[in-house]
Design a protein around this ligand. Structure first.
Ligand code: NAD
Ligand code: IPM
Ligand code: MN
Length: 350
């Protein structure tokens, strides 16, 4: 019986994860769930954001359903004790180098985006974000003092193996879709980006059926607002992917709509699934959070880690139908609570 580790985390994490779990349970599949604290909750429980038992559960499980971490109470702690360290630690320990972040506009949400309906119509993008390298994992992040001035260092780096494996994910994804891959970098300035571009070009030789383009990240940010539906698959580094995916979420109506899968290979073993949003301290505890991103992450879990495409599509169809029926949380301009939105999805589950 597949084991799902449920790491709900902080803020709205537990609120939205509860709805995702309800939907998974309603499918009537043979799943077992085991919960463990992570992030600020992990720190409170054991003095560590990623308690060893939580990491062990994540490794033992067939897949991880992750909520969100982050708590302003712990922002002043040293970096390794902050809630964010748990998420980065899980990604590193599970080898989750490929982060798949689909941004699709669900019919009916054209008006929820601040962009014009005709701009966001037909939005169907996948952002493939590299997740275990770049400036996030550079060895030398530290503070120092030079000539009486405080200085901070972060080290941006990629090696060719890291770029190659994420490029392959990008091409494979594009091959299965509209066969357009846009690689986003800053090769006009950064050495890491020049290497990135070189390696992506080398990998492209094996994918003649995929039309590859390169774009600088500043232009990509602009094009995502100008004509987002031009994109099919975007492959990019850790930092650029983080920023561009939050931006892309507003083309889809709300950050509360975007799920993600973090994978170490195509088998989906030990995959981790989470909304792209954070713990949203500003609305935590108010019941206003949109659980759709978490519910859609559960669908990605079934697809990638449990090879259950049919159940994944059942969930996605239910979310689509709920949205089409007018179900809306506050971020989408409606009045439903997190639980009521979960109910609306459950009603459409067939
Ligand atoms: P955030 O994503 O938590 O919130 C940004 C804004 O979007 C807020 O106004 C929030 O209310 C809104 N929002 C987010 N999710 C929503 C949802 N499901 N429904 C409705 N509204 C939603 O980003 P932030 O405020 O920059 O960060 C807050 C904390 O979360 C920080 O500690 C940060 O480090 C952490 N964080 C964690 C993750 C993660 O766990 N993967 C991701 C991003 C940020
Ligand atoms: C995300 C978050 C994380 C990131 C933070 C919380 C470490 O923003 O999952 O998108 O930057 O990757
Ligand atoms: Mn982010």
């Amino acid at each position: 019986m597949p084991l799902i580790a449920v790491l709900a985390g902080d803020g709205i994490g537990p609120e939205v994860t509860a709805e995702a779990r309800r939907v998974l349970e309603a499918l009537g599949l043979d799943l077992t769930f085991e919960e463990a604290p992570v992030g600020g909750a992990g720190y409170l429980a054991s003095g560590m954001p990623l308690p060893p038992d939580t990491l062990a559960l994540a490794k033992r499980a067939d897949a991880v359903l992750f909520g969100a971490i982050g708590d302003p109470r712990f922002d002043a702690l040293e970096r390794r004790l902050r809630p964010e360290a748990a998420l980065l630690g899980l990604r590193r320990e599970l080898g989750l180098f490929a982060n798949i972040r689909p941004a699709t506009l669900f019919p009916g949400l054209e008006d929820a985006s601040p962009l014009k309906p005709e701009v966001v119509a037909n939005l169907d993008i996948v952002i493939v974000r590299e997740l275990t390298g770049d400036v996030y994992f550079g060895e030398k992040g530290h503070r120092t003092t030079l000539e009486g001035l405080r200085q901070g260092y972060d080290h941006m780096s990629y090696d060719e193996r890291e770029v190659e494996r994420i490029a392959i994910v990008g091409f494979e994804m594009a091959k299965r879709r509209r066969r357009k891959l846009c690689s986003v970098d800053k090769a006009n300035v950064l050495e890491t980006s020049q290497l990135w571009r070189e390696v992506v070009n080398e990998v492209s030789v094996s994918y003649p059926e995929v039309a590859l383009t390169h774009m600088y990240v500043d232009n990509a940010a602009m094009q995502l607002v100008r004509r987002p539906s031009e994109f099919d698959v975007i492959v990019t580094g850790n930092l650029f992917g983080d920023i561009l995916s939050d931006q892309a979420s507003m083309c889809a109506g709300s950050i509360g709509m975007l799920p993600s899968a973090s994978l170490s290979d195509w088998s989906g073993a030990n995959g981790m699934y989470e909304p792209i949003h954070g713990s949203a301290p500003d609305i935590a505890g108010t019941g206003k959070a949109n659980p759709c991103a978490a519910i859609l992450s559960a669908a990605m879990l079934l697809r990638h880690s449990l090879a259950d495409e049919a159940s994944a599509q059942r969930i996605e169809a239910a979310v689509k139908a709920a949205i089409a029926s007018g179900a809306r949380t506050a971020d989408l301009g409606g009045t439903l609570s997190t639980r009521e939105m979960g109910d609306a999805v459950l009603r459409e589950l067939v």
